[in-house]
Design a protein around this ligand. Structure first.
Ligand SMILES: NC(=O)c1ccc[n+]([C@@H]2O[C@H](COP(=O)([O-])OP(=O)(O)OC[C@H]3O[C@@H](n4cnc5c(N)ncnc54)[C@H](O)[C@@H]3O)[C@@H](O)[C@H]2O)c1
Length: 337
């Protein structure tokens, strides 16, 4: 049996309690939140579970094997570090930390303590994203030209990080996963439209190895909810639309490539246009958060590194830190170490 404590019973933390409690041999035994109203809701829903307004209780309880940190981003580092030092496995929400140095420290601590450190990059556990990765790995996909992501909605507006740290964290994790790489440099512009000291809207270009360009747009002030990733390749275009339950992934069997034969005009290549069908493959029905919870428990039992481990989490934090630097310089390119 794996006993879990949750720190942060907000919108997302409540989903974690349900997801973990649906798994065999796993139990959320303690819910911690500093907000009494949230604890009251937790007690109404789960009268048999322990609750506490003091997160220290989760860290000091020797019966707790693992801690899930689902607080606002600025508290992620402190709770994760303390839990690892107390010998707990940790699943921390994205973004893993709000500073690169903190992310590096968490990785060191997890290694020293021999504990699993996993980051809640939920989209890596989404069957639609898995399908896109599978399709991109197939020989008939051709060469990746570029990727584009749109993540817009009205809210939720965060009060500790900007819209890039909150929303683009998902898209960067997906891009890194699909391309098996980290971007080499980024360029970002954003806008503070709500009068807060944080960007509410962002447009980011990311340059990946192999001349692959990715672009993302995030906003928490757009009344139109979009959750879309587009991958354009030489032979295929693939669209992942997380809001389309019927056709979550669509494949356009179309593309354009330069032919080796030159035209009469110097330096111009003939273009080969491929036309084909538009297909929507069957996508397995599974809940990404539950897949993620299951993977965390498997990694604890088998002593394995998770798909979204500390290094993946840190890679995303590095890109977000570079995005902040580029925002401050009105879009100037910023290299990522
Ligand atoms: N992976 C995903 O798809 C996904 C989706 C939503 C949110 N999230 C992440 O989950 C985290 C929480 O987001 P949310 O939407 O649930 O926010 P929320 O504001 O609804 O919940 C945060 C909760 O943490 C509690 N809290 C704040 N400070 C605390 C402290 N010091 N100790 C204990 N509890 C504290 C608050 O009272 C609140 O109940 C964020 O990091 C967010 O980025 C991830």
């Amino acid at each position: 049996m794996i006993n879990i404590a949750l720190i942060g019973y907000g919108y997302w933390g409540a989903n974690y309690v349900r997801a973990f409690n649906e798994l065999p041999d796993v139990k959320v035994t303690l819910i911690c939140d500093t907000n009494e109203d949230r604890l009251r809701l937790a007690r109404e829903r789960y009268p048999l579970l322990g609750t506490s307004a003091n997160p220290e209780e989760a860290l000091n309880n020797k019966w707790i094997d693992a801690v899930v940190v689902a607080t606002p981003a600025r508290a992620h580092f402190e709770f994760t570090q303390q839990a690892l030092l107390k010998g707990k496995h940790v699943l921390v929400e994205k973004p893993m930390t709000t500073r690169v140095a903190d992310g590096e420290e968490l990785i060191r601590t997890a290694e020293q303590q021999g504990r699993v450190l996993m980051v809640g990059h939920t989209f890596l556990f989404n069957a639609g994203v898995r399908k896109v990765k599978e399709l991109m790995s197939a020989a008939d996909f051709g060469k990746v030209y570029y990727l584009h992501a749109t993540r817009t909605n009205l809210g939720p507006v965060r009060h500790d990080v900007n819209a890039l740290w909150d929303l683009a964290a998902h898209d960067i994790a997906i891009f890194d996963h699909l391309l098996n790489a980290m971007p080499q440099w980024v360029s970002a512009v954003g806008q503070r439209v709500l009068g807060n000291p944080r960007e509410d809207v962002g447009f980011v270009s990311l340059h990946y190895p192999g001349e692959v360009l990715a672009n993302l747009h995030v906003s928490w002030v757009d009344p139109n909810k979009v959750r879309e990733i587009v991958v354009v390749g030489s032979q295929r275009r693939i669209v992942f639309d997380d809001l389309n339950n019927l056709e979550r992934v669509r494949i356009f069997e179309k593309g354009v490539t330069p032919s080796p034969a030159e035209t009469d005009s110097f330096g111009e290549f003939r273009l080969l246009v491929r036309d084909g069908d538009i297909l929507s493959p069957r996508i397995e029905t599974s809940e990404p958060l539950k897949n993620q919870a299951m993977h965390f428990c498997d990694c604890i039992r088998k002593g394995q590194a998770p798909l979204s481990d500390g290094r993946n989490g840190l890679a995303v934090v590095r890109v977000l830190a570079a995005i902040d630097q580029s925002l401050a310089k009105n879009g100037a390119p910023v290299e990522i170490r």
